[in-house]
Structures are given as structure tokens and as C-alpha cells.
Design a binder for this molecule. Structure first.
Ligand SMILES: O=C[C@H](O)COP(=O)(O)O
Length: 249
């Protein structure tokens, strides 16, 4: 099986402060040369500050457009200049609250790669879709929107995050078995198109990950780390989650 370097990513959503950037950047500076990539996705106004503090940073979304009259949007090229290495695309809050369709998400994915940002493609089903047995169908559709636009090779320079919507911010984490089953489904699905791409792709789990459940999730064979919301805002918890990706806890 391919060796994939784990990633622990903190999505601050619309939270955080200048003080928190200092606190978290100090706390995670020790992971620079470790066998885990730690990435912070702060709100856009804190991007510069976070990049300057030496943290590996990304934006929470980017515009699919080039510069122009798009008030409030984040230009990928500019984010890259300001120090971003990654961007989330298709987070469920963007899909649900801001109406981003899978086609728009695919355009954002393309724009990110065009400008040298690594897209972290977020996918996941709602509670209703899971109850209806549609989890795999939904996740496949969300991923296939990118593959149909850009081809399977585009995934070789990206990261995937499986985040069941019902587990986000609810305290209702998917069990390690539930998460592993979807991660394996994704990897198997991709391996029918390219075994090397499927084996190399880092697939993160997100949804109520905390310092108590991270180890049991991260030790699943197809889970390569986590996309952490609430717990990434607390230095102690986040450090402990990073440690569990290293197998130190
Ligand atoms: O991007 C992060 C996810 O939405 C997970 O958030 P959460 O850890 O607060 O459930």
C-alpha cells in the first residue's frame, strides 16, 4: 500500500483573531519537520498574519474568476501571492449557504490549480441522503464533477476531504468504521480510473473530530488525517490531534 503523509488541517471558518494566530502558530511550529503536514485555513482577513507567522496556510474558498468586479471574493492568484498554498473547495457550508453547485466547485478546483494552490475538495452527504442510502452516490457525483471537467490526473495534485454534513459541528462523529467505509469506496472508485492516483491521494475525514476520537479515525487504512473545525480553535486539542496523526498519543 502507498505511504501517504498524513495531513491535519484546521478550518477556522469565520472564527479566530490575531491573538489566536499567534497562539496556534507557536503551538504547531514543532511540526515543521515532522511526518505530518499541518495546515491552517483562517478567515481571509487573517491569511497574511498567519502566513507571516510561518504557518502553512490556505483559504477557505476562492473565486472561480480572475480579478475583476466581484465584490467580496477571494482571488486565487492573490491568495497565492499572500502565502497560501492550499484552498478548500466545496465545503458543505459553501454548497448549502452560498449555493455552490458541484459544477462551480469544479471551476474553483480548476482555478486553484491554475494559480498554484492545492485544492482540498470537500464532499459529503446530508443526514437525509445517508438515511436514503445515497451516501456513495452523492460522494461519487461530487467527485465526478471534477473528474469530468479536468480528468482523473487533476486529482494527483489535490487533497480530498470526506465530511458527512450530519457530523459537522454536531458532535455526532461518524464511527471509524463508517468513515473508513466511505474512504475505501472513494479510493476504490478512483482506482478504476487510475490506481496510482487513487493510492497517492490523501483523503481526510472531517466532522466533529476532537482529541478523543482522532486516533481511532486516523488509524483507519484509508483515512489520511483530518479536516478539523471547532477543535482547531483550541491549541491544546489541536496539538493533541496533530500528535495522534503522528501516532504519538
Ligand atoms: O471543515 C471542517 C468541518 O466542517 C468540521 O467541523 P467540526 O470539526 O466543527 O465538526
Amino acid at each position: 500500500m502507498a505511504q501517504r503523509k498524513p495531513i491535519v488541517a484546521g478550518n477556522w471558518k469565520m472564527n479566530g483573531s490575531i491573538e489566536l494566530v499567534s497562539e496556534i502558530s507557536t503551538a504547531i511550529s514543532k511540526y515543521k519537520n515532522e511526518q505530518v503536514d499541518v495546515i491552517i485555513f483562517p478567515p481571509a482577513p487573517l491569511l497574511c498574519k498567519a502566513a507571516e507567522s510561518g504557518v502553512n496556510v490556505g483559504t477557505q474558498t476562492i473565486s472561480e474568476f480572475d480579478s475583476g468586479a466581484f465584490t467580496g471574493e477571494i482571488e486565487a492568484k492573490l491568495a497565492k501571492q499572500l502565502g497560501a498554498n492550499y484552498t478548500l473547495v466545496g465545503h458543505s457550508e459553501r454548497r448549502a449557504i452560498f449555493g455552490e453547485t458541484s459544477e462551480i466547485v469544479a471551476e474553483k478546483f480548476a482555478k486553484a490549480q491554475e494559480e498554484g494552490l492545492i485544492p482540498v475538495l470537500c464532499v459529503g452527504e446530508t443526514e437525509k441522503q445517508r438515511e436514503l442510502g445515497e451516501t456513495e452516490k452523492v460522494v461519487a457525483e461530487q467527485i465526478n464533477a471534477v473528474i469530468s471537467k479536468l480528468g482523473i490526473a487533476a486529482l494527483s495534485n489535490s487533497v480530498l476531504a470526506y465530511e458527512p454534513v450530519w457530523a459537522i459541528g454536531t458532535g455526532k462523529t461518524a464511527t471509524p468504521e463508517q468513515a473508513q467505509s466511505v474512504h475505501k469506496f472513494i479510493r476504490d472508485m478512483l482506482s478504476t480510473q487510475s490506481e496510482p492516483v487513487a493510492q497517492a491521494l490523501q483523503i481526510l475525514y472531517g466532522g466533529s473530530v476532537n482529541d478523543k476520537n482522532s486516533k481511532s479515525l486516523f488509524t483507519q487504512p484509508d483515512i489520511d488525517g483530518g479536516l478539523i473545525g471547532g477543535a482547531s480553535l483550541k491549541a491544546d486539542a489541536f496539538v493533541s490531534i496533530c500528535n495522534s496523526a503522528l501516532g504519538n498519543v
